[in-house]
Design a protein around this ligand. Sequence first.
Ligand SMILES: *[C@@H]1O[C@H](CO)[C@@H](O)[C@H](O)[C@H]1NC(C)=O
Ligand SMILES: *[C@@H]1O[C@H](CO)[C@@H](O)[C@H](O)[C@H]1NC(C)=O
Length: 381
Amino acid sequence: MGRRQRLISTSILRAIFRTKTKDTKNPGLLARILAFFSIFQLTLSRYREELFKKLRNETWQIDEEEYTESFRSPSHGKRTDLVAVGDLGYSGSTFFTTPNSKYLLKSLPRQFEQSFFRLRLLDPYVEHMELNETSLLVRITDLLYTPQTTLGAILGAAPSHHIVMENILYGKSSCGKDDQKKWETYDLKPNDYFFPERDVMGGRLAPESVKERLIDEFPDKVRVSVDEKEELIAQLSRDTKILQDANAVDYSLFLVRYPASMTHADGGDVPVPAGRQSSWRNGVQSQDKWVYRAVLLDFFWAKDALQAKTLTGLVKAFNFLKVGKDHGPMSITTTSDEYRQRFLKMVDAIVEVPDSAGRPSGELREPVIKSMDHLIDIGEV
Ligand SMILES: *[C@@H]1O[C@H](CO)[C@@H](O)[C@H](O)[C@H]1NC(C)=O
Ligand SMILES: *[C@@H]1O[C@H](CO)[C@@H](O)[C@H](O)[C@H]1NC(C)=O
């Protein structure tokens, strides 16, 4: 881990382990000046600490002590560095996991993502999570931010916002080395869209490996029962409704699968993510013996903010150069309800209901699609 990442990790851990005292609430002038000039090591605080604590405790039933312990080294019970999981060059996001890999930390590098989440989405998100125990919006357990303006944040040297969220890949690291390779992940978006950032900035600026990750396509079908499919689509419909209402676009379905025969290194079942259980988090076993997990990710891009900000120039340049003419509509010129419909259609297309002989069945598929269209039509979802 590089120096920059180590300093970011230290900032995060300080915020998690800091107990409220007078001097953190009311730092002196010298402390404020020093904090301003720190470049990489920003002073982070928990945003709306009580709100997130209530979500963890009441809504998701995450034991507070276990949560805090997740940020310590399992062997020494001491503080340790977070585990860096690569810097996805294209977005400038940093990713870490906690040492026990139960939680994932992701930076929100762009100011419009930060303010969108804090000011617009957070309240509806919390209300929705309280009302929908099986929601598949990823569980965000903390938001860390820099309450004070700092030079590092202005220069963009270190991210000023990080979200802590459940890690849907939890359990992978406790499988044997060979078994770990059998885990597959897909970050899925309606693929008929043209994503300028992915297709251009990704193409030019990011290494090949990053680019590959960005154009995920799922080459198979998720084969589950009619009830499981309906439950999944109904839940995603409810979840994407609040995203649509907040004008969010560009979110993705994060799909994970591993062979159902796989077990934990000690022979037990693969452990499931922390907190209140839900079927698509624990893993749904498909009829062709995969275990699938799914959550909704990356819902921090509001259509309006997106268009108003940095990418506008890029899109104009594209239209001018006609680079993107063979692509579908651009995700950033779409509306949030159109994005949602395409997103749900995408999910509908990859989840298949085989008949009892294991063949895909046209008879069973049709009513499910109809029921989805119906739900969308009557605005039920
Ligand atoms: C939630 O908080 C209450 C009060 O502090 C505590 O009794 C309860 O055990 C907590 N629940 C979980 C799941 O940690
Ligand atoms: C899910 O949350 C929405 C608010 O976002 C609420 O209107 C709805 O009743 C909830 N659905 C269920 C099944 O609880």
